[in-house]
Design a protein around this ligand. Structure first.
Ligand SMILES: NC(=O)c1ccc[n+]([C@@H]2O[C@H](COP(=O)([O-])OP(=O)(O)OC[C@H]3O[C@@H](n4cnc5c(N)ncnc54)[C@H](O)[C@@H]3O)[C@@H](O)[C@H]2O)c1
Length: 380
């Protein structure tokens, strides 16, 4: 297999999500079998050179000081873009214009218009794309998808997902305050809603129509040190938030099933105490995914329980289905493996998937603002 030549963007020597989330795969034996790092772009040429040295990348790796310079590198087939949401459009566009394949971290542009423009450009250039919603690869999600497809619970009648998220209040450690403001396009609805909906739609499909309620219950977050104490106390500083931390969605799925989702922010700035519970009820049984200590099923394990109902309505079998462990590392590694050989939009999420996800988020905002039932287009 010819290795894909990879250019990295957003892999700072000082550390970043990409260094934690993506670099381990590209430096692993499995990653090296399919991909080879040939270039890295930093916010300056010096920053790129420093990152190549710090992460001990191959000495042949070319340093670039701008996205345009990386885009012009003839030794690069694919660029991995992992910068903060407000900067994603500007750095991705020149790479697409140069006809290179691109991965962009979620939230895949600031708002729907940027995502649509990037997706249209990628399509016009005929390049391969992927977005950073790795939850599709989570073992529990894939297991539930297979059970539904195999008819283990029969026709799905309703599904109910409840999940709590850290980071959006009532307290914050002060490190990710850019994600509290609507203007940055990476609020709880966009980040958490996008990741969770990737998991949700993989198993039960998209909504045909929905009603949503969005509430900003904590417009000012207390800045606390999560290592100091979990007791409320009286923090001296607060930071403003103009985005919702309680998200309620109800509707009908394309399959005809009823669906209800609640996402709520957790109590603290640290990751303790969050949880998720997702029930998928069918004519012949029920699948339950649960994690009592972490709501983020796109980056953690969830237990999958299958209950099958006898003809008299009694629960005949209850079994916990074994799933391989799932972390952001395993899920991201699976995504890159599938990007190399899998079917776009099925085995991994593409820019087109990202546009559909953004439309879903926009539909939620529209319904919440107008009180109207609304739908969204699930194709480009
Ligand atoms: N998929 C997931 O589960 C997951 C988890 C965490 C973060 N993320 C996403 O990852 C992305 C990156 O987040 P982060 O917190 O690491 O951001 P960051 O800003 O900390 O790191 C990105 C790095 O890119 C550099 N950079 C910025 N502009 C650049 C440019 N034009 N050229 C080259 N380098 C440039 C920055 O200097 C910075 O060092 C965000 O979109 C975030 O939402 C995804």
């Amino acid at each position: 297999m010819t290795q894909v030549r990879v250019g990295l963007l957003g892999f700072s020597a000082k550390g970043s999500w990409a260094v934690v989330g993506h670099l381990p795969y590209f430096l692993s034996d499995a990653g090296k079998a399919k991909y080879t790092i040939t270039a890295l772009a930093g916010s300056s040429l010096e920053a790129a050179q420093e990152a190549i040295e710090v992460y001990k990348l191959p000495p042949t790796t070319t340093a670039h000081g701008s996205p345009e310079s990386l885009a012009a590198d003839g030794n690069v087939d694919l660029v991995v873009v992992s910068v903060k949401t407000p900067h994603q459009y500007a750095v991705t566009k020149p790479i697409l214009e140069a006809g290179k394949s691109v991965f962009v971290e979620w939230c895949f542009g600031n708002g729907l218009a940027e995502s649509e423009e990037l997706a249209a450009l990628a399509r016009a250039k005929g390049v391969k794309t992927m977005i950073g919603t790795q939850g599709r690869q989570a073992s529990a999600v894939q297991t539930a998808k297979q059970l539904v497809q195999d008819g283990a619970i029969g026709r799905v009648l309703y599904t109910e997902l409840s999940s709590t998220a850290a980071l959006w209040g009532p307290t914050t450690d002060g490190k990710v305050t850019w994600q509290l403001q609507k203007k940055n396009g990476a609020s709880m609805l966009e980040v958490y809603g996008g990741h969770l909906m990737e998991c949700f739609s993989t198993v039960v499909g998209e909504f045909a129509s929905l009603n949503a309620t969005l509430i900003n219950t904590v417009p000012h977050l207390a800045v606390v040190d999560p290592n100091a104490s979990r007791s409320p106390g009286a923090p001296a500083k607060t930071v403003a938030k103009d985005t919702p931390d309680q998200i309620l969605i109800q509707g009908t799925l394309v399959s005809g099933a009823a669906a209800s989702i609640h996402m709520g922010s957790d109590l603290t700035a640290d990751m303790m105490g969050t949880s998720s519970l997702w029930k998928i009820q069918g004519e012949k049984g029920r699948i339950t995914l649960r994690n009592p200590t972490n709501g983020a099923i796109h980056v953690t394990d969830a237990e999958v329980v299958l209950e099958q109902i006898g003809v008299d309505g009694s629960v005949k079998v209850t079994e916990t289905i074994p799933c391989p462990t799932s972390t952001y590392h395993t899920n991201i590694a699976r995504a890159w493996d599938r990007f190399a050989t899998g079917q776009p939009g099925v085995d991994y999420p593409t820019f087109e998937t990202g546009v559909i996800r953004k439309r879903f988020l926009e539909a939620i905002e529209k319904s919440a603002a107008t009180g109207q039932r609304t739908g969204y287009q699930t194709y480009l």
